[in-house]
Design a protein around this ligand. Structure first.
Ligand code: GTP
Length: 595
């Protein structure tokens, strides 16, 4: 155990975590050069394309330091706030962390939030000043920021470049020297922390764990403490580039377990594995159920594909335990599913995976947060979709989720960021200068305001110099109303939204304007109306189309006509007919694009 080092890398998105990880693997010959593929740890296609590490992974390296062999387990963590619970679990599996800061960007919101998690778990922090090869790197300023933030000495900071391969040996040496060896009693009852799982269609779910105490043997009967389920440890082993099976693994080690689990829901990150024969009395502290934060409807474009969509969602859920869904029906869209996501990025990923991996064409409706409605009869009703909202006369109060948002930016943008946040019903709670030019601001604001276009707006007004991180702080009473949209007098439930009363008029007006832009013209006039209850608060009209598209082809040859019809048919993908009006996908998400 003395020569094991378990560490993770914490960094803000794009500060170069994956590139640096690749270098460490290369330097320790964990992968031969020819196997080296940029960003090896991101093995999902989608991850690589988006350049985002969506799921955490682990990999073991062997490194010779001062004549002794060290086993270094790198536990990779996702950088996006949607997946922060996974970050917290991978951090809990380590004794140390590389804190990577881009020398051209400085400290950002997720650098700090992840750092606090690491410090909270007593990890040894090794600061790395990355991308020093960039001509516009600011090593002095950024080093000062790091020193201010963690109170280290300048000499503790390792200058590096993942791209140019600078500082790699120094980082590996520091891992061996500065990070403590794991503690834990190999003879105690087994306590292993699940920090991740991966779905493999042939072998079932692979569970990634870190043994805190005790010893796990191949063939042991194991129990997952929080779910209470038992399994046979069919295969255990360590994670190198490929899995290497082992017969016995004990405290301090990181590895994988295969036991024929088919459903991701049975494996909860943060759960404890123990043995049935000699179970631990307590699970590892801090297990949390991850809760979806954002809800939206997903509907097949072709109503006949509902069952196919269900089958695809079921399969997708097998390897994405954080995706929750239930069937719902909409007067406008027919049968579909109400899905819960960890955040907007998670929602986009799910939609993309349904399309790529399952070849489904789907329509996603306006995302919404979860509201709590207290009725006049004092019942508590959970509202995940505007259509679940009771009639106004049954509502006593409505509560909505609030978050604490942490924004880090340059001092130039403080004013405009405060205006933006206030416009989003935010309350400023603190402002703290990290250096003379960088400011950390804390706001409390409704989650619903972040879900829409907040992040894009923040980026725009700060020219990209602002980073955001947030956490849920609870529910608060708000004056909310349900805003309905009607097309030619017919309510389109999928376009309804729950909004703050003070904003409802403005919102209704802008939404009608946006829909006027987005809805294709038809042979007849379309009236677009916004209403609160019975009251119409805004109206726009799309005038009728004068000419038939085919009119152009009069006298023309038939193949041209056919081509035109084909083209129209293609354009029809992602359109839904509601009453006599055709609605394209963009219109369902129009609220995300109100300026
Ligand atoms: P996430 O997984 O999304 O959190 O990103 P990451 O932190 O893993 O960043 P990644 O390694 O994907 O690098 C982000 C971008 O920075 C890529 O375009 C890299 O080529 C570039 N990059 C990474 N390291 C360096 C470096 O040392 N120098 C320079 N100049 N560019 C780098």
């Amino acid at each position: 155990m003395k020569n094991i080092r378990n560490f993770c890398i914490i960094a803000h998105i794009d500060h170069g975590k994956s590139t640096l990880a690749d270098r460490l693997l290369e330097f320790t010959s964990t992968v031969a050069q020819r196997e080296m593929q940029a960003q090896l740890l991101d093995n999902m296609d989608l991850e690589r394309e988006r350049g985002i590490t969506i799921k955490s992974h682990a990999i073991q390296m062997v490194y010779n330091y001062k004549g002794e062999e060290y086993i270094l387990n790198l536990i990779d963590t996702p950088g996006h706030v949607d997946f922060s619970y996974e970050v917290s679990r991978s951090i809990a599996a380590c004794e140390g962390a590389l804190l990577i800061v881009d020398a051209s960007q400085g400290i950002e919101a997720q650098t700090i939030s992840n750092l606090y998690l690491a410090i909270g778990n007593d990890l040894e922090i090794i600061p790395v000043l990355n991308k020093i090869d960039l001509p516009h790197a600011m090593p002095e300023e950024v080093s000062d920021e790091i020193i201010d933030l963690i109170g280290c000495d300048k000499a503790d900071i390792i200058p590096a470049s993942g791209k140019a391969g600078i500082g790699i040996k120094e980082i590996l040496d520091a891992i061996c020297e500065r990070i403590p060896a794991p503690k834990g009693d190999p003879n105690a009852p087994l306590q292993a922390l699940i920090f991740d799982s991966v779905f493999n269609s042939y072998r079932g779910i692979e569970v990634y764990f870190r043994i805190m105490n005790g010893t796990l043997k191949k063939g042991d009967k194991v129990k997952f403490v929080n779910t209470g389920k038992t399994y046979n440890a069919d295969e255990i082993g360590v994670l190198k580039l490929n899995q290497e099976p082992r017969d016995v693994m004990s405290a301090g080690n990181v590895g994988y377990l295969i036991s024929g689990i088919k459903d991701a829901k049975e494996v909860k990150v943060g759960d404890t594995i123990t043995t049935v024969d000699n179970p631990t009395k307590e699970s590892i502290q801090g297990f949390e159920e991850v809760k979806p934060m954002v809800f939206a409807g997903i509907y097949p474009v072709e109503t006949s594909e509902f069952e196919e969509l269900r089958a695809s969602m079921e399969k997708l859920q097998l390897n994405d335990a954080s995706l929750v869904w239930e069937p719902e029906s909409s007067a406008a869209l027919g049968f579909g599913f109400r899905c819960g996501f960890l955040g907007m990025l998670h929602m986009e990923i799910v939609q993309e995976r349904l399309e790529r991996e399952f070849d489904m064409t789907v329509i996603t409706t306006v995302p919404s947060v979860q509201f709590k409605v207290f009725s006049t009869k004092d019942e508590e009703i959970t509202v995940n979709a505007p259509s679940d909202m009771p009639e106004p006369n049954f509502i006593k109060t409505i509560e909505e989720p609030y978050i604490k948002a942490q924004i880090i930016t340059k001092s130039d943008y403080v004013g405009s960021i405060i205006s933006l946040c206030m416009d989003k019903r935010g309350i400023i709670k603190g402002q703290n200068y990290l250096t003379s030019d960088r400011v950390e601001m804390i706001f409390e604001m409704p989650l619903a305001e972040i879900v829409f276009d907040f992040f894009d707006k923040l980026k725009t007004i700060s020219r990209g110099y602002a980073s955001l991180d947030y956490e849920l702080i609870g529910f608060r009473t708000s004056h909310l109303v349900k805003l309905d949209i009607m097309l030619n007098g017919e309510k389109v439930d999928a376009l309804s939204a729950i909004v703050h009363r003070d904003k409802a008029y403005d919102w209704g007006r802008r939404l009608c304007e946006k829909l006027r832009e987005l809805l294709p013209r038809q042979m007849f006039e379309i009236a677009i109306q916004a209403a609160i209850g019975q009251k119409i608060i805004a109206r726009e009209t799309i005038s009728a189309m004068r000419k038939n598209v085919l009119a152009k082809c009069y006298g023309g040859d038939i193949s041209r006509k056919r081509k035109l019809l084909e083209k129209q048919k293609k354009g029809k993908k992602r359109m839904r007919q509601v009453g006599n009006v055709e609605i394209p996908q963009e219109a369902f998400l129009a609220v995300l694009k109100l300026d």
